[in-house]
Design a binder for this molecule. Structure first.
Ligand code: BTN
Length: 261
């Protein structure tokens, strides 16, 4: 069944009502169309506690300079302004905020691909981009909601809530995201670490990792997004800092993990 579509003119009231129920966010700005909610937030000089939402985002960007596909009227694009000096905590809270929002809609668990992509069945469902400017961070979250399929490079690599069997109104997903992200921002470090670890696709994989200037090969035994990755190498166990560790390639991939940075 296709749920009723909340008309765009009703988004501000629905989202203002929802933001009032969160502890971390105070106001929401709804744009009919924008290039990137990250850039719109900057142009508007949005303060901490603001959520910028676009009904359509035409030139979104992802991590590592990648583009984020036009949301048309089927995807969710939001930027959250938060004051944070702890980038590891913020990265973990953002990934978990996105993961838990889609879990509430889907009714099932999802996975996190290091550092903060949300994956289901080997395909990407949501992505997070964090841009820091002094004590203010702009956390951009994109979620694929009602796409029926993806074309070209994204075919076979991306998925949506609809493709996973959940047809929901985008406003419902944004409300779930505002609530879950507000919650995860308040979680204690040990809860963030435990919840992240239990969803992490990289755990248990044999991987080649880049950590600063070093290349390290081994089995990823533990992933703590606040501290680092514990890797068993041929010469012993090492802990690689979360902040500067990326995945070069997987040596024995987890079948659910089909893409590396
Ligand atoms: C990634 O997977 O590389 C991150 C994707 C982040 C996309 C979101 S959509 C809302 C916000 N605005 C943008 O331009 N990007 C982020």
């Amino acid at each position: 069944m296709i749920p009723p579509v909340v008309p765009i003119e009703d988004w501000p009231q629905r989202l203002e009502d929802a933001v009032a129920l969160t502890r971390q966010f105070e106001r929401v700005i709804v744009l009919q169309e924008t290039d990137s909610t990250q850039d719109a937030a900057k142009r508007l000089h949005a303060a901490a506690g603001t959520v910028v939402v676009a009904a359509r985002q035409t030139a979104g960007r992802g991590r590592l300079g990648r583009p984020w596909a036009d949301t048309l009227d089927v995807g969710v694009a939001c930027s959250f302004l938060v004051s944070s000096r702890n980038s590891e905590r913020l990265a973990a809270a953002s990934a978990l905020g996105a993961a838990i929002a889609v879990e509430r809609v889907l009714g099932s668990r999802v996975s996190i691909k290091w550092p903060n992509d949300v994956y289901v069945n080997g395909r990407k469902l949501a992505g997070v981009l964090i841009e820091q400017s002094g004590p203010l961070a702009c956390v951009g979250i994109g979620i694929n909601v009602n796409q029926g399929h993806f074309e070209g490079e994204l075919a076979g690599r991306a998925t949506s809530l609809a493709m996973l069997g959940s047809r929901v109104d985008r406003v419902e997903v944004i409300v779930a995201l505002m609530c879950s992200f507000s919650d995860t921002l308040e979680w204690a470090n040990d809860r963030l670490a435990k919840e992240y670890d239990s969803r992490c696709l990289l755990k248990g994989c044999d991987a080649e990792l880049r950590s600063g200037p070093s290349i390290v090969r081994g089995r990823v035994e533990r992933v703590n997004p606040l501290e680092g990755l514990e890797v068993l190498t041929q010469s012993g166990r090492v802990c690689l800092p979360a902040a500067n560790t990326t995945v070069n390639s997987l040596i024995s991939p987890n079948p659910a993990y089909d893409e590396v940075d």
